[in-house]
Design a protein around this ligand. Structure first.
Ligand SMILES: C[S@@+](CC[C@H](N)C(=O)[O-])C[C@H]1O[C@@H](n2cnc3c(N)ncnc32)[C@H](O)[C@@H]1O
Length: 286
């Protein structure tokens, strides 16, 4: 069946797990295992696309022809397990993730594969001065701090003091507290004060992961703070897939959709939208 494609329209589901009535008619001739393997399991928006009718194939893909015969895979739970089994997550990050899992809002933190990508970017850049907007309990910032050299600095902006307590404890446990400058307060105020301090063009790397309807404002300030050749990574640019759904028009979705369009058209940066986690755009300042 290689190359052939059965394309099933996306369905919407708020609570899945799989139940018989959610399995499209087109799949009824396949075994349950096959159906389960063919159905993705993202929690809010569950597209069902498939190309190969073989239960051993762990992937689904969008329409071949439209994408010049390129097989564009989408993660199934099994394939994502495989991805995660190939992530080298430091022990201290795993402990932080496990502790955070018990907290309200734990789904806000980046995934281990995303954190590894952030750390990799910091290392590739040879970054020394970094910024993070939206720390929560510190998972992504700890990954960045661990990747920084001893002389490196990460300015970590967060308004929630309870979450920061956890972050600080884990920076300490990981032996990187000396690399992190914690800024408790509204991120916009912190960024403006760094600019007033004459720090324009002095940062190598920044990560945006806070209020979705403030992305444009964060981005503009960070473009000033980051040097030419520096990188700004923006999280949640796919927003559970809602950005691609014309029927979803709540304020956060619209903000992110507008942000994505603005960045796409912005000649001041080179960009790459990476479909990892909830989607990350990597922007390099020209
Ligand atoms: C998605 S979470 C960050 C997750 C974190 N990057 C991680 O991977 O663990 C967003 C965080 O941004 C913080 N936040 C939201 N708006 C903010 C603002 N205006 N200034 C500072 N922090 C803000 C929230 O309190 C929340 O902890």
């Amino acid at each position: 069946m290689s190359g052939s494609c059965l394309f099933v329209q996306p369905i919407r589901a708020t609570t899945l797990p799989l139940s018989k009535h959610l399995i499209p008619k087109q799949l009824t001739r396949h075994s349950t295992t096959t159906k389960i393997n063919l159905i993705t399991s993202f929690s809010l928006y569950k597209p069902i696309y498939l190309t190969r009718c073989c239960s051993k194939d762990p992937f689904v893909a969008v329409d071949d022809n439209k994408y010049v015969n390129k097989q564009v895979i989408s993660l199934t739970p099994r394939l994502y397990d495989y991805v995660l089994s190939n992530v080298r997550e430091p022990q201290v990050l795993r402990e932080l993730r496990e502790e955070t899992a018990k907290l309200h809002g734990s789904k806000m933190q980046v995934s281990p594969d995303q954190a590894q990508l952030l750390a990799m970017l910091v290392q590739i850049l040879g970054a020394n001065r970094c910024l993070e907007i939206g720390v929560y309990t510190g998972y992504s910032s700890l990954a960045v701090a661990l990747a920084l050299p001893e002389s490196g600095r990460l300015v970590a902006c967060e308004r929630d003091d309870k979450a920061l307590e956890v972050a600080r404890r884990f920076y300490e446990r990981a032996g990187v507290l000396h690399k992190v400058v914690i800024k408790h307060g509204l991120a916009i105020d912190t960024l403006n004060s760094l600019l007033s301090n004459g720090e324009e063009g002095t940062y190598d790397f920044a990560f945006i992961d806070a209020e979705k309807n403030m992305y444009m404002e964060y981005f503009e300030l960070l473009l000033k703070l980051v040097r030419v050749g520096g990188v700004i990574v923006v999280d949640n640019v796919l927003w559970y897939g809602r950005v691609a759904d014309p029927l979803v028009n709540d304020s956060k979705t619209v903000s992110i959709r507008n942000f994505n369009r603005a960045v796409f058209e912005d000649e001041r940066v080179s960009i790459s939208l990476v479909p990892i986690g909830d989607g990350m755009t990597i922007c390099r300042k020209r």
